[in-house]
Design a protein around this ligand. Structure first.
Ligand SMILES: Nc1nc2c(ncn2[C@@H]2O[C@H](COP(=O)(O)OP(=O)(O)OP(=O)(O)O)[C@@H](O)[C@H]2O)c(=O)[nH]1
Ligand SMILES: [Mg+2]
Length: 676
C-alpha cells in the first residue's frame, strides 16, 4: 500500500461517542480502553466492571447517566473519548460535549426497527457540521442486509452516508469484513487479521459506490472514475479525510464492541482522518492564537464538594494557577488532571487539543468559553431542550431544606436540562426535566452524593375558579370587647367578567357612608378572600363593586373593613354559581411522519383538540402537530409520545387559556382539594 498510511502525529484529539440508548457506546469505550492498553483487563457493562458508568445510579440501571471520559494513547497519538449517555432523557450531555470535539462516532445497532432513534444525534451533528462516523455495532448478532439498513440510516441523515466496509458472511454470521478503502479483508478474532478477499466482484462493486460518493466532492476523482482509471490510494485517503473533515459525508463502519471486532480499524480511521483541533476551534468561531481558549464540556461535582470542569483546550496552552476569564467572572485554575474513568492523573500543564479536568473554576458553567484574553470569553448558547416531565419535591426532613436547595443547584450545574420551578399558586417546589428516569436519577444522586432524602409527588395543576352569576351581599363585622370595639359594614356587588380580565374593583360609595380611608381596606379583604374561593382555588375574572355600607367613628378600622370585605365575599360568592377553571396549554408536538396519525388519536384520548399539522422545518420526514390540551393531561404525555416514536417524539408547550370545567371530573378535583 502507499505511504498515505504513514502520517505525522498530530495534536491530541477529542472524539464523542454518541447515539441511541443501549447501542454499545460504553462497551465500545471499554474495548478502546482495552485495545489501547488503558485498562489491564477488559470489563463489561453487564457485570458492572466497565471503566465507564461507575456511579451507583449507572450501575444499578446498566445504562449511562452521564458522560464517561477516557484519555488514552493509540500508537503515537493522544485521543480522548467522551462516551455520552444514549437515553434521550440525558441528551443534554451530548449537546454539551459536541461543540468541543473533533469528531463523533454515532454508535447504533444493526436493527432496522431502531434506526429512527439516531435522528436527534445525526441532526445535531449535521447542523453543526461536526465530522462524524456511524459505527454499526453488535455485528456479531447481525443478520439481514447491511444495504437495507444503510438505506434506512440514510433516511435519518441529511449528509450522504459512505459505506466503508462490507461484512463477510459465513452461514448467516459475519465472520469478518472487507475494508473498501484499503481493499483488504479482515477476519474477526484477535486484532482483526488480514485474509483474502473471497468475493472480488462484490468488493469491486461496493468500492466503486464508495468512490462515486467521494467523487461527488472531487472532480478529478470523478474524471478518473468516468475514464476507468484506478485512482491513486493517496487521492482516496486524502478525499476520505477532507470530506469527513468538512462533514460532507458520513463514513459507515461495522463491528462488535463486545468482541473487539472492527474496533482497531475504527481507531485507525479516527487516527488518520479526524481533523486537528483547529477545525473545532474554527467551528466555534475561535481563531487559533497564542491566547488560551477552553470550552467547558461538562461540569462534575464530587462528593467532597470539589467541582471539576471538563474542558477542551481549543487554542493555546494551560498552566495550573493560570487565570481564566469567563462570562461569570475571573477564576484561577486550581488543578489540572487527565481523566480515565474515575481515575484522575494530576499534571501541571496541558497543551492545545487536550481534554482535561480543571478544578475549582467556581464561576464557570457548561457551554461557556473561557480564555486568558477577556475579549474571547463567551456565554453558553441556549440549550433548546424544554422540560417535558415534572415532579413536586420536598425535603423528607424539613430541616434539610436549605441543604436540598444547595445540592439541587449543584445538580443543575452538572446538568443544564434540570430545572427548578416554583408556582406561586400551588406553592410547590417542582423539579422539571426530560423524563421519569432523568428525575429519578437526580433524586437518587441527591441521596447517594449528599445524603439528602426527598419525597416526591405529581405536581398540582394550578386550577382556578370563577363565577357564572352575579350576586349582592352584605358583610357586617361588629365586635365589642372591653375597650375598643371593631366595626365595619359593606355591601358588595359581585359579577362575572370575560375570561382573562382578572379582577376589577369599583368604588361606588355615595355620601361617604364608607369613608375614603377604608375603601382600600375593603378591597384588601376582597383580594384576600379571592386566594381561596368557595371551591378552594384562586378566583379570577370577577368584578366587585362596593356600593354601600356604614361605619363607626371610634370602632372602625383598616382591619375591621378588611374583615367586612372578606365576609361579604364569602356570603355572596356562594350565590354566584362558582365554576372550576382548568389551565389549557398549546402544544407543538414533534414526531416522525409515521406517528402523526397516532398522535392525532392520542390527542383525542387526552381531552385535547387538534389544531392541524405541517412538516417540521429542518426535519425531513417529521411533522409538527399543534393541539390544545388541558394541562392536567400533559403531565405524562411524553411517556406515550415516546412509545409511539422509538423515543424521539417530543413537544413544546405554552400556556393558552383557562377553560371552564364542570361535571364528574370537576367534582373529583374539588373534592380532592377539600381533602388536601
Ligand atoms: N451482542 C453484542 N452485545 C453488545 C455489543 N456491545 C454492547 N453490547 C451489549 O449491549 C448492552 C448495552 O451496552 P452499553 O455499552 O451499555 O450501551 P450504551 O450505548 O453505552 O448504552 P447507554 O449508555 O445506556 O446509551 C450491554 O448489555 C452490552 O453487553 C456487541 O458488540 N455485541
Ligand atoms: Mg453507555
Amino acid at each position: 500500500m502507499s505511504n498515505s498510511n504513514i502520517k505525522k502525529p498530530v495534536g491530541p484529539r477529542a472524539i464523542a461517542l454518541v447515539g441511541p440508548y443501549g447501542a454499545g457506546k460504553t462497551s465500545l469505550l471499554e474495548s478502546i480502553a482495552h485495545m489501547t492498553g488503558a485498562v489491564p483487563r477488559k470489563g463489561q457493562v453487564a457485570s458492572g466492571s466497565s471503566l465507564g458508568d461507575a456511579s451507583a445510579e449507572a450501575r444499578a440501571r446498566q445504562m449511562s447517566v452521564e458522560v464517561n471520559v477516557l484519555s488514552t494513547r493509540f500508537l503515537d497519538e493522544d485521543l480522548t473519548f467522551l462516551d455520552c449517555p444514549g437515553s434521550i432523557e440525558f441528551i443534554a450531555d451530548s449537546f454539551g460535549v459536541l461543540p468541543g470535539v473533533d469528531a463523533a462516532v454515532v454508535v447504533c445497532e444493526p436493527e432496522p426497527g431502531k434506526t429512527g432513534m439516531l435522528r436527534p444525534y445525526l441532526k445535531a451533528l449535521a447542523d453543526a457540521k461536526i465530522p462524524h462516523f456511524i459505527f454499526v455495532n453488535k455485528f456479531d448478532k447481525a443478520s439481514g442486509s447491511l444495504r437495507g439498513l444503510l438505506a434506512l440510516l440514510q433516511e435519518e441523515s441529511e449528509t450522504p452516508l459512505l459505506l466503508r466496509q462490507i461484512p463477510i458472511w459465513e452461514n448467516g454470521l459475519a465472520t469478518g469484513f472487507v475494508d473498501l478503502a484499503l481493499e483488504r479483508a479482515f477476519s474477526y478474532g484477535a486484532s482483526d487479521k488480514v485474509t483474502d478477499i473471497a468475493d472480488l466482484r462484490r468488493e469491486k462493486e461496493a468500492r466503486f459506490q464508495m468512490l462515486e460518493r467521494l467523487a461527488d466532492y472531487d472532480e478529478h476523482l470523478m474524471e478518473e472514475l468516468l475514464g476507468d482509471i484506478e485512482p491513486d490510494p493517496s487521492e482516496v485517503f486524502g478525499d476520505l479525510s477532507r470530506e469527513l473533515g468538512d462533514a460532507l459525508v458520513v463514513p459507515v463502519l461495522i463491528g462488535s464492541a463486545a468482541r473487539d471486532n472492527g474496533v482497531l480499524r475504527l481507531l485507525k480511521a479516527l487516527r488518520h482522518e479526524v481533523p486537528e483541533v483547529s477545525k473545532a476551534a474554527e467551528r466555534g468561531g475561535i481563531k487559533t492564537s497564542g491566547d488560551t481558549v477552553v470550552k467547558v464540556l461538562k461540569t462534575f461535582h464530587g462528593t467532597q464538594g470539589g467541582k471539576l470542569s471538563l474542558v477542551r483546550i481549543l487554542s493555546g496552552s494551560l498552566k495550573d494557577n493560570q487565570v481564566l476569564h469567563g462570562p461569570g467572572g475571573d477564576m484561577r485554575v486550581g488543578g489540572i488532571c487527565t481523566l480515565s474513568g474515575t481515575q484522575q492523573s494530576k499534571k501541571s500543564e496541558a497543551r492545545t487539543g487536550e481534554t482535561v479536568g480543571l478544578a475549582r473554576l467556581d464561576n464557570a458553567r457548561t457551554g461557556e468559553t473561557l480564555s486568558s484574553n477577556k475579549a474571547l470569553a463567551r456565554a453558553a448558547g441556549p440549550l433548546h431542550l424544554p422540560p417535558v416531565y415534572r415532579l413536586a419535591i420536598e425535603a423528607a426532613d424539613r430541616k434539610d431544606e436549605v441543604k436540598v436547595t444547595a445540592a439541587l443547584a449543584k445538580l443543575m450545574e452538572e446538568d443544564p436540562s434540570l430545572a427548578l420551578e416554583h408556582h406561586p399558586d400551588t406553592q410547590q417546589m417542582v423539579l422539571a426535566g426530560e423524563g421519569e428516569i432523568h428525575l429519578k436519577v437526580a433524586i437518587e444522586k441527591l441521596q447517594s452524593k449528599y445524603g439528602l432524602k426527598l419525597s416526591t409527588k405529581a405536581p398540582q395543576v394550578p386550577y382556578k375558579e370563577t363565577i357564572r352569576k352575579s350576586a349582592t351581599a352584605r358583610g357586617r363585622h361588629k365586635r365589642q370587647t372591653g375597650g375598643h370595639g371593631q366595626f365595619g359594614d359593606v355591601v358588595l356587588e359581585i359579577a362575572p367578567t370575560p375570561r382573562g380580565t382578572g379582577f376589577a374593583f369599583q368604588d361606588r360609595i355615595k355620601g361617604g357612608v364608607v369613608p375614603k380611608q377604608w375603601i382600600g381596606s375593603v378591597e384588601k379583604g376582597v383580594v384576600e378572600f379571592m386566594k381561596h374561593g368557595p371551591l378552594g382555588f384562586p378566583v379570577v375574572d370577577i368584578a366587585v363593586a362596593l356600593t354601600d355600607g356604614s361605619y363607626h367613628t371610634v370602632d372602625s378600622s383598616d382591619a375591621a373593613f378588611q374583615t367586612a370585605g372578606r365576609l361579604a365575599m364569602s356570603e355572596g360568592m356562594a350565590d354566584c354559581a362558582p365554576v372550576l377553571l382548568e389551565p389549557v396549554v398549546k402544544l407543538s408536538i414533534h414526531v416522525p411522519h409515521e406517528a402523526t396519525a397516532k398522535v392525532g388519536s392520542l390527542i383525542g384520548t387526552r381531552r385535547g383538540a387538534p389544531l392541524g399539522f405541517d412538516g417540521r422545518p429542518g426535519w425531513r420526514g417529521w411533522d409538527t402537530v399543534w393541539a390544545e390540551m388541558p394541562q392536567s393531561e400533559v403531565s405524562d404525555l411524553i411517556v406515550d409520545l415516546r412509545s409511539l416514536t422509538q423515543g424521539v417524539g417530543t413537544y413544546d408547550m405554552e400556556f393558552s387559556h383557562l377553560a371552564e370545567l364542570s361535571g364528574k371530573l370537576a367534582d373529583t378535583i374539588v373534592a380532592n382539594r377539600k381533602a388536601a
